[in-house]
Ligand binder design. Sequence first.
Ligand code: SAH
Length: 235
Amino acid sequence: MKTLTVLLTWLLGLNLPTVFAAAPKDLETERAQMVAQQLKPRGIRDEAVLAAMRRVPRHLFVPEDRQEQAYRDTPLPIGYGQTISQPYIVAYMTELIRPRAGMRILEIGTGSGYQAAVLAEMAVEVFTVEIIEELARWGQANLERAGYRGVRVKRGDGYFGWSEQAPFDAVVVTAAADHIPPPLLEQLKEGGRMVIPVGSPFLTQRLILVRKEGGKIVTESLLPVRFVPFTRERP
Ligand code: SAH
């Protein structure tokens, strides 16, 4: 097979190993399995979320040497001490904020760009902030390569949100803070939803659902989780 591939590569001038490796059918199957085995049995119901998870090419959001592991039931390292979340956690957080077409959604912690891509796939306007310059660039490049050109990426300390683009229908924070940053609450619309892991960076954290209702902030503590720490810009 290998000799044949080399021969055909030479004869046809095609990069056959790449063609085979990227056979879209296999990846579609892997995504369908991810949805059927990791998301549905754990209670993800929103059809629009499941459809987005089935479509976004997660392998384009992990480092090249991790592509084979992209659809596994686990977070993966993306460099700079950061990780792309486990597919289930991405689906769960997405379901919690109830994205609907046309909404404006703010993400804090672009990382690989994967969570932003899942939101963009649901026809929402996505604004995402990343504190690490290299990841902001890599995340943006991944989004462009995967065809999500409408996502707006900014390098900055997400503690302050993105005031020029506020208010938002929903906010999703993908790094664990020890408190809910007040600027993010301010930038949330009335009736809006925010999901954020809160707790000590190295001990227990919980995913918190925040709702702004009648000018009041209502919080609900959900799953225990483990996220990378929410860092702050040094003055
Ligand atoms: N949503 C990402 C997850 C990346 S991990 C994905 O789908 O891949 C969390 C990210 O949050 C890291 O890239 C980290 O650098 C970033 N981060 C941490 N503190 C931040 C802050 N104050 N502002 C913006 N990004 C932050």
